[in-house]
Write a protein that binds this ligand. Structure first.
Ligand code: GLC
Length: 430
């Protein structure tokens, strides 16, 4: 701990600095509202030094929960900002399920139940667990029903933003099939604080906005969206996070004396569907699935390692992921040009771009999720390498949103909250 005492101090200062009162901003300028999976990790970070503030973060996120259970990807609270899309753009008042506060109309990876269990395991918070259990269960139920397009129990996504990996090359083919008609007039704001070369491309952005327009025209009716959304995919990262969160929710439920058969049903169903839908025996990778095209999305990105975090692969699958991919210098292993783990996209992909957002850079969140998975399977040395690289990047370049894997240059937002929060996790793990 002492070796990293300065970094831990600085991480706390970043989380304090981004505290907007009711919630914590993911970044001071670029992201002025509350984001779903960011705030789960922020709560985890805060729990190291200010548990009540961490729990308040979770309550603030859940205050945006929709009446049908969805926890939205952004809660706007009352903060005015120049962020686009702002609260008015979503037109959520068209939905009978919209909450009383301003939010977006889509969701994000459900890390929250896992975070609640992690915090509770360190410092028991039984009253808080009892308070949030119902809302968490309602969210998971919504994901396994309103977002189950084919009876597999796997959740599907209707917008790349729901994956948390907005411009990942996994979405390129699906987006290319969408013709963005009648795109509402909008002005992008995300390139005001960060160089355009590090952000999603213009053509992607038009499609992102077109999709929202489709959703609001359908008043966010879940059935209509499954039937009509031009983008409909099942994502390995999202479903791995959900599976692990279901396990954590079940454990919290058992402790509370709640019936857990429903959750066990989801776990069984997803365990049965996961490999059939995602595992590709030929390449030894997990691929997302494009439900609109009826075919796998054969793009090699680091999200293929996420099932390790959920404990879903068997030992042989885990070995293939590690030996044929994670340790492969043509894909993810460091070499004399790429010094830091873990690039978000394999270097063997044509879309690989060392500085552009989810197309190549190192993201601390993926390093943390993948290293948790590696530890689960006994790859402790590799997990330690990811920890080491993450701490080195943050110590050299600060708590940035992402990093150039070649030389460690910090990119995107500065003072990025989840990087700071996860620094506290990595430091205490050491
Ligand atoms: C970007 C990221 C997403 C994150 C958000 C706020 O949209 O892709 O994962 O939640 O920024 O940090």
């Amino acid at each position: 701990m002492s070796r990293h005492a300065d970094l831990a101090q600085q991480a706390q200062a970043v989380l304090r600095g981004n505290d907007a009162g009711a919630f914590t901003k993911p970044g001071p300028h670029q992201y002025p509202h509350q984001w779903n999976w960011d705030s789960a990790l922020i709560a985890l970070g805060l729990s190291h030094f200010d548990l009540p503030r961490g729990l308040a973060e979770i309550r603030a996120l859940l205050s945006g929960q929709w009446r049908d259970g969805m926890v939205p990807h952004v809660v706007y609270h009352t903060t005015p900002s120049d962020y686009f899309p702002g609260p008015a753009f979503w037109q959520i008042e068209g939905s009978p399920y919209a909450p009383g506060v301003a939010t977006s109309g889509i969701t994000q990876p459900p890390l929250l139940a896992t975070v609640v269990r992690l915090i509770h395991a360190r410092t028991p918070i039984p009253a808080f667990v009892a308070e949030v259990y119902g809302p968490l269960l309602a969210w998971h139920r919504w994901l396994h029903t309103a977002r189950d397009a084919d009876g597999t129990g796997l959740a599907c996504l209707i917008h790349p933003w729901e994956s948390g990996t907005d411009d990942s090359p996994r979405w390129l083919a699906a987006l290319a099939n969408i013709t963005p008609t009648d795109v509402p007039i909008y002005r992008r704001r995300d390139t005001r604080h960060v160089a355009a070369a590090e952000r999603p491309l213009e053509a992607d952005y038009d499609r992102f906005i077109h999709l929202i327009d489709v959703f609001r025209k359908h008043r966010y009716d879940p059935e209509a969206l499954l039937a009509r959304s031009p983008f409909l995919v099942q994502d390995v990262l999202f479903n791995s996070i959900l599976y692990r969160a279901d396990e954590d929710l079940r454990s919290l439920g058992l402790e509370l004396g709640e019936p857990t058969e429903e959750i066990e049903g989801w776990l069984t169903q997803v365990r049965r569907s996961f490999d059939a839908r995602f595992w590709d025996e030929r390449s030894g990778l997990y691929f997302d699935y494009n439900l609109r095209a009826g075919q796998p999305i054969r793009v090699n990105t680091a999200t293929a390692f996420l099932p390790l975090y959920a404990g879903l692969p068997d030992a042989r699958q885990a070995r293939r992921l590690v030996e044929e991919h994670l340790e492969n210098p043509d894909e993810y292993a460091p070499d004399d040009k790429v010094r830091y783990r873990l690039t978000t996209t394999s270097r063997s992909e044509p879309a690989w771009d060392a500085r552009r957002y989810w197309r190549g850079p190192v993201w601390i969140i993926l390093n943390w999720l993948v290293s948790e998975g590696l530890r689960r399977y006994g790859y402790d040395d590799l997990a330690a390498a990811l920890t080491r690289d993450s701490l080195a990047l943050m110590a050299q370049a600060g708590f940035r949103e992402y990093y150039d894997p070649r030389d460690g240059t910090g990119l995107g937002s500065t003072e990025f909250s989840w990087s700071a929060a996860l620094a506290l996790e990595f430091v205490t793990r050491n």
